[in-house]
Design a protein around this ligand. Structure first.
Ligand SMILES: *[C@@H]1O[C@H](CO)[C@@H](O)[C@H](O)[C@H]1NC(C)=O
Ligand SMILES: *[C@@H]1O[C@H](CO)[C@@H](O)[C@H](O)[C@H]1NC(C)=O
Ligand SMILES: *[C@@H]1O[C@H](CO)[C@@H](O)[C@H](O)[C@H]1NC(C)=O
Length: 363
């Protein structure tokens, strides 16, 4: 590790895992409760109801099968959001994880759980995920430019089944019971985290991390692969500094998701014998390398820009009340949405196949 990487890691660890004084934050961090778990994907398969695999979705309740960037306006069309920052009607979603019984081959959805706050209490969220918007961790220019209405992007590659081609900022952390609340030590996706599913039992849960690109071409709200209008910053680290390539010159806030999966009920060592592990993503990936996330911008007015500009100045990452409006955890949790295609996604019952019928692949 170079000195600057070490400094960056130290900074991140201090910011994320210890109580910070207001003004120290380099990011907004907030919980979003589950809006719905269903087979819908307005980014990759717009119009398809149901879409091929289960997603867990949070954010504004205008979420729909089709979300045309030019006609859908989440802040106008939502009546609530499941996120704590109440001007945020964006949608954030990821694939679900299932446990496949090595005994009989049936599937059960791995429950999600709330994440820890910096003051060692649980974020007020029911399932869902934790969202970060980060400004540069290195470099002298802390300024970011908020995304525009209609902007969306995708991180990761669901087709991957080996480490080759994986992104440095998409990973899984295996938590011991003691690490459950604070997520263990270290920067996101550090050397203890793995692109693959953990190879040993995780009694404190699995924290999945998805870090999105920090550079935008400044023109396109989307692109055919939902990725090429954005780019990861130069360098090898997952967390970006202030630089962007000339093809993608606009330094947007870097979005990161943390998704907490409660694997405590599936942590029996008998499931982890002979190099096997029992978890599979909802799209059939039993390796974990295909982990990915979807992002659809939906902040009201200039709220995100206001929040980012207030960082480091009276604005704590989890309680940025000087710049943003916050709603109670109960109000966020109350914002839910019915499934558009009603089905049992495997939260209570064991399923004979993954919803949508994806084939489980190991390579
Ligand atoms: C989803 O789209 C359909 C068709 O345009 C519309 O009727 C419905 O009200 C939308 N649902 C939400 C929650 O916006
Ligand atoms: C399948 O196996 C799991 C444990 O691995 C068990 O809890 C479940 O009841 C079994 N289902 C059937 C139909 O046997
Ligand atoms: C922890 O932080 C949150 C958000 O800043 C605050 O609402 C809560 O009261 C704090 N809890 C404790 C025990 O300090």
């Amino acid at each position: 590790m170079t000195l600057s990487t070490l400094a960056l890691v130290a900074l991140f660890v201090r910011d994320v895992f210890s109580q910070q004084s207001p003004g120290a934050a380099d990011f907004l961090r907030f919980g979003c409760s589950q809006l719905v778990v269903e087979r819908a994907d307005p980014l990759v398969t717009p119009g398809l109801n149901p879409s091929p695999h289960t997603h867990q979705i949070v954010g504004g309740n205008s979420f729909n099968i089709t979300m045309d960037p030019y006609t859908i306006d989440p802040p106008k069309q939502s009546t609530c959001t499941s996120c704590i920052y109440k001007e945020d009607f964006s949608n954030y979603w990821t694939a679900s994880i299932y446990f496949q019984s090595p005994e009989n081959g049936t599937f059960k959805k791995v429950p999600q759980m709330a994440n820890g706050r910096q003051n060692r209490t649980l974020l007020e969220q029911d399932g869902g995920l934790t969202v970060y918007y980060m400004r540069p961790f290195s470099g002298s220019n802390k300024k970011t430019t908020a995304m525009k209405p209609g902007f969306r992007m995708f991180a990761g590659d669901p087709a991957l089944r080996s480490k080759t081609g994986t992104y440095p900022g998409i990973c899984h952390r295996c938590l011991s019971k003691a690490d459950r609340l604070m997520g263990g030590n270290g920067a996101p996706c550090d050397s203890k985290d793995t692109a693959a599913f953990p190879s040993s039992p995780c009694p404190g849960g699995i924290r999945a991390t998805i870090i999105f690109p920090s550079c935008w071409d400044g023109k396109n709200l989307d692109s055919p692969d939902h990725r090429s209008h954005v780019a990861y910053a130069p360098g090898s680290g997952a967390l970006a500094g202030d630089k962007c390539p000339s093809t993608h010159p606009v330094r947007i806030p870097q979005v990161m998701y943390e998704i907490m999966f409660d694997t405590s009920g599936f942590a029996d060592p008998k499931y982890y014998k002979n190099g096997k592990q029992p978890l599979v993503y909802s799209f059939g990936d039993a390796t974990g390398y295909g982990a990915h996330g979807d992002y659809l911008f939906g902040w009201e007015g200039d709220a995100l820009q206001r929040g980012m500009d207030a960082l480091g100045n009276k604005c704590g990452s989890e309680d940025c009340t000087s710049a943003l409006k916050i709603q109670s955890g109960n109000d966020a949790i109350a914002c839910t949405k019915a499934q558009m295609a009603k089905e049992d996604v495997g939260s209570n019952n064991w399923l004979k196949e993954l919803p949508g019928g994806a084939t489980v692949t190991f390579e």
